[in-house]
Unconditional design. Structure first.
Length: 78
């Protein structure tokens, strides 16, 4: 019985983690050829990155944001 309880707890924890991860992801468009998390993207490809990564990548000119950030700043919206 203890094993079943542990499995339910683990499954619940994974759902919580997935929900948190979904909120921390933003969609971007590549401005240069780039490798991100073992995947390669060409100029113009759209893909998802973690919010903390997107901020730095946008500042360096590697990507442009396709979704509104918390501050409401996007290149596409301008």
């Amino acid at each position: 019985m203890a094993k079943k309880t542990d499995e339910k707890t683990i499954k619940t924890d994974k759902k919580v983690e997935e929900t948190v991860e979904e909120k921390a992801i933003i969609k971007v468009r590549a401005l240069v050829n780039i490798k991100y998390d073992k995947d390669c993207f060409k100029i113009g490809d759209e893909f998802e990155v973690r919010t903390e990564d997107s901020e730095e990548m946008t500042k360096k000119g590697y990507v442009e944001s396709l979704e509104k950030t918390e501050k409401g700043e996007t290149k596409e919206g301008e």
